[in-house]
Design a protein around this ligand. Structure first.
Ligand code: ADP
Ligand code: MG
Length: 685
């Protein structure tokens, strides 16, 4: 058996210098090297006589060296030509600035070269990119399907190719399999030595794609194993706190101005069941914009307060935290629960507030990521709710969790993501879905207007405000700089104030002081302000049911997920609502986004569309640090494989929950190397 985890430095041809360069590419061990997969391939297997190639073709040709020549037409340029002959025809193989070629290949030797054909000067030339001696029957650099690797500058394709080839030749057949045999059989996957051979040096396309499939499944399988181990670890540690069978939540339910929808009832049951259980809850609540997640969260917070336990709710923006504090105070304060808001900018009374939280006098703390600062201590934090979870990184979620002893965790998101993606991102959580909107909601009529017709949007705003409704006008983040965006918002505000002379128009942007923002937002909530011109600070969560118009300025600049969130600010009451997308899309993709918005209100459909248009990295934004960095699997493309991998991992862990059986020793070793983060959290070692 070979030890795949020994350093590459011990390989022949790898000295300290090379080892350093390889390390720069993340290659430290044999395993790293063999799992450094090609970026793509070049098919050089079709060896044909030179006369069959046209000018400009990429050719693979063989020939016998008959003569060589070196010219130096100017300083710094050395051209080496070998005259090659093949069944009667002659051509030149040409190298630039590689004088050693003349010593490497001598007359009489048979060569194989790959390169671009130049027929400009009589005798055809091949500008060589790869070459080797045609001896024996094993090809490496040409005359076969050749791997093309992702590289750092100091390392060449040829070097890496040879290095990997040598390792495979010497150790390939001795590399032990670590995946369960059954899994390989079931999906007809090649075993590890064969798969490694075929992914680096494919014998044909089909074998290559089977090898590829194996490594995709392998990676996803190890990842899902990690997710499931993490999940079971959560289940295993019993929680220290207990919820009482109290009646405060019933009081809250009775005081609501509406009845819960069946979906809300079901989800609340799921949460209540988790809270009552002996192990900490770890649940994701997914629900489209406006589905009514907040009240479900409020029920959970209420349950904790009724049991004499503390809870915290974290929101991604101050505006949203403040709004939650307001609406949850309205719900819970009459029941005798003390709710407090904690953000970065609220300074007054902060010391006292921190003392009250530490002393347990405040039962529900609502805030931004300020909640996870070191100084904030709770007395008995039992429940953590994270709103708009996709706005936070995994680490922030964990940091809040660490404020309590084995707290229950509920994360909420309005970014509807396809199931297979949810398995990858939230595979360690239980999932609840609010798949039903509160009754009485009407479709939000959505239109696209070119800039030249923006006046129509102003007309609609007037008409709606005249009927007692309110409107948002949002302008996008144009630049990275908040200052410039603010100027854009101010300019638009000035223009609209003129166009809407007899109406009350307010302005909101990220650079305003906290108190100013609060005043404006309160004015809008009370209805004193009819039209709110804003940057995207209102994007998530803001809830003013009387608002019926959302005008998005330069809408082509937004992503689909964002547009959907913005549209979700209206249509929250029973009034007919409108979303007007103003702008001149310059690319087909932008046009497609706007037309998708006009076509559908279904968050899932839009999310799938968005994923296709932008890919997962963009889709989740840079703030989503929870994306696993897969070497070979693709979050979007490999949905089916994700499902398969999940099932395989589930079955394995059912049979051997902690992977303690001796035949799983190697599996754990690979798992630990591939996803070391999971090991920190799991009981497997
Ligand atoms: P989101 O899921 O986007 O966070 P919210 O919790 O802000 O949605 O709820 C959207 C609006 O729907 C709020 O005004 C809320 O009061 C209202 N709402 C929530 N549940 C119901 C219900 N069962 N019946 C009627 N209105 C509801
Ligand atoms: Mg919300």
């Amino acid at each position: 058996m070979v030890d795949l985890f020994k350093p590459v430095q011990y390989l022949k041809g790898v000295g300290p210098q090379r080892a350093k360069q390889l390390a720069g590419m993340g290659i430290h061990t044999l395993w790293d090297l063999l799992y450094h997969f090609p970026r793509n391939y070049q098919d050089r297997s079709d060896i044909r006589p030179i006369h069959t190639y046209a000018h400009g073709d990429l050719a693979t040709v063989k020939g016998v060296v008959t003569a060589s020549q070196e010219t130096k037409p100017r300083r710094g340029l050395c051209i080496t030509k070998l005259v090659l002959q093949e069944s009667g025809s002659t051509f030149y193989a040409v190298w630039f600035n590689q004088p050693y070629i003349r010593k490497q290949y001598l007359p009489g030797q048979k060569l194989l070269v790959t390169g671009k054909v130049d027929r400009g000067f009589g005798v055809p030339q091949v500008h060589v990119t790869d070459h080797e001696l045609l001896s024996g029957d094993e090809r490496l650099h040409t005359g076969r399907i050749v791997p093309v690797y992702p590289l750092a500058e100091s390392i060449s394709q040829r070097f890496l190719r040879s290095l990997i080839k040598n390792v495979l030749d010497q150790t390939g057949s001795l590399i032990p399999e670590f995946l369960p045999d059954r899994m390989l059989d079931r999906h007809r996957l090649p075993c590890l030595p064969e798969a490694l051979q075929e992914i680096h040096f494919p014998s044909d396309n089909e074998a290559c794609s089977r090898a590829h499939k194996r490594f995709v499944l392998e990676e996803l399988f190890l990842f899902q194993m990690g997710m499931l181990l993490q999940k079971s670890k959560n289940i295993k540690k019993a929680k220290k706190h207990q919820y009482l069978p109290e009646s405060l939540t019933d009081l809250l339910l009775n005081s609501l101005p509406f009845r819960l929808t069946p979906a809300q009832q079901r989800v609340w049951q799921e949460i209540a069941h988790d809270l009552a259980g002996p192990y900490p809850m770890n649940r994701l609540l997914q629900g489209d914009v406006g589905a009514g997640k907040t009240v479900v969260a409020a029920l959970a917070l209420c349950k904790a307060a009724g049991s004499g336990l503390q809870s915290a709710l974290m929101a991604p923006t101050e505006l949203l935290a403040e709004q939650h504090a307001k609406s949850i105070t309205e719900l819970l304060a009459p029941l005798g629960v003390r709710v407090a808001l904690l953000t970065g900018s609220a300074r007054r009374g902060r010391q006292q507030l921190l003392a009250d939280i530490a002393g347990g006098e405040v039962q529900v703390v609502i805030g931004t990521h300020a909640l996870i600062q070191d100084r904030i201590q709770f007395s008995n934090l039992a429940l953590v709710v994270v709103d708009e979870q996709h706005r936070f990184g995994v680490r922030q979620r964990a940091a809040l969790q660490e404020k309590g002893i084995t707290p229950d965790v509920l994360v909420m998101t309005a970014t509807p993501i396809p199931r297979t993606l949810a398995l990858t991102l939230y595979g360690d959580l239980d999932v609840s879905v609010l798949d039903q909107l509160p009754p009485g909601r009407q479709d939000i009529k959505t239109y696209h207007l070119p800039l030249a017709q923006a006046g129509k949007a102003v007309g609609l705003i007037k008409q709606q405000v005249d009927q007692g409704r309110q409107a948002y006008v949002v302008c996008p983040l144009v630049e990275e700089s908040e200052k410039i965006d603010t100027q854009a918002a101010i300019a638009l505000y000035e223009r609209l104030k003129k166009a809407l002379a007899h109406y009350s128009v307010g302005l909101l942007h990220g650079r305003m002081k906290w108190q100013e923002k609060e005043n404006i937002m309160n004015g809008f909530r009370r209805g004193d302000i009819s039209v709110l011109v804003s940057t995207t600070v209102i994007e998530v969560g803001v809830d003013v049911p009387n608002a019926t118009v959302m005008v998005v300025w330069d809408a082509q600049r937004f992503g689909l997920a964002q547009l959907h969130q913005l549209r979700g600010r209206v249509g929250r009451g029973s009034y007919q609502s409108y979303c007007i997308l103003v702008g001149d899309p310059g690319t087909p993709e932008a046009r497609e986004r706007l037309s998708a918005m006009c076509r559908t209100q279904d968050g899932f459909a839009l999310a799938e569309e968005d994923l296709k248009l932008r890919g997962p990295g963009e889709f989740f934004g840079t703030r989503q640090s929870g994306l696993p960095d897969f070497k070979i699997a693709d979050l979007v493309r490999d949905g089916r494989e994700t499902e398969l991998a999940r099932r395989e991992a589930e079955q394995l862990l059912q049979e051997d929950p902690l992977l303690r059986q001796p035949e799983h020793k190697l599996l754990i070793e690979h798992f630990a190397r591939r996803f070391p983060d999971f090991i920190k959290y799991s009981d497997v070692s």
